[in-house]
Design a protein around this ligand. Structure first.
Ligand SMILES: C[S@@+](CC[C@H](N)C(=O)[O-])C[C@H]1O[C@@H](n2cnc3c(N)ncnc32)[C@H](O)[C@@H]1O
Length: 223
């Protein structure tokens, strides 16, 4: 589904909940070296150009990798590989960002590898979709999500049509069934075992799932 996915999500601006939060964090931490993990078509790396002097992107799928290589045309060091065995030296990144790729990974091994490639005190930003059921405590977030999605559809009519075509595709549905949204409490626990979770943010909430962001710091030798 790589070509179809890349055709729908052709601009980071469509990630109205995720991108402003990630951008703010990158501006705040000002990493020298940053890895976009599971970069897909490369739209995040493209948007991050100029925000980190040493920008790297990693993508395992050969089709996605070719799409990203075309889109990025230099400026970002793009490598092919999976998180579970990353082709990077120990302690070489100030920041690793995973946007919507964590759910496809083997969490335990992925978190060990992310920790390995980060410098002491380095930052891991994790943004993903998780399962969730209605929680009245977050009513304001349901309302703001609903409004933002409607506005996005009004401003990008083409995007809505393309998104519908993508999600109705049987190959897409099979892929989603093979990789269902995972449990947020489990994610919190898995991450907290290996990192200091400095911030957790509910970025959007729908009746079937939520998007959440974690800011995690690699524990130092002293803990
Ligand atoms: C939904 S796409 C998200 C891509 C991109 N980050 C974005 O925001 O559009 C999920 C990506 O995770 C990648 N991925 C899947 N398993 C992975 C793994 N084990 N290690 C690294 N990336 C992985 C896929 O190839 C795919 O490009």
């Amino acid at each position: 589904m790589a070509e179809e996915y890349a055709a729908v999500f052709d601009s980071i601006g469509l990630r109205v909940f995720e991108w402003p939060w990630i951008r703010r964090l990158v501006k705040k931490f000002r990493p020298r070296s940053l890895l976009d993990l599971g970069c897909g078509n490369g739209y995040l790396s493209k948007a991050l150009q100029g925000m980190a002097p040493e920008l790297y992107a990693l993508e395992p799928s050969s089709v996605m990798y070719s799409i990203a290589a075309r889109a990025l045309c230099g400026g970002v060091t793009l490598r092919q590989g999976a998180v579970e065995a990353m082709p990077f030296a120990d302690g070489c990144f100030d920041m690793v960002v995973s946007l919507l790729s964590f759910r496809y990974m083997a969490w335990d091994r992925a978190l060990d590898e992310i920790r390995r490639v980060l410098k002491e005190g380095g930052i891991f930003i994790l943004v993903d979709l998780f399962d969730g059921s209605f929680n009245p405590r977050y009513f304001h977030r349901y309302l703001s999500t609903w409004t933002a999605v409607r506005l996005l559809y009004i401003r990008n009519r083409d995007y809505r049509k393309k998104l519908r075509r993508l999600t109705e595709n049987s190959a897409w549905q099979r892929m989603i069934a093979e990789h269902p949204r995972r449990n947020i409490a489990e994610a919190k626990e898995a991450v907290a075992q290996k990192f200091h979770v400095e911030k957790f943010r509910l970025l959007s909430a729908g009746l079937r799932g939520v998007t959440a962001g974690f800011v995690c710091r690699k524990k130092t030798a002293a803990g």
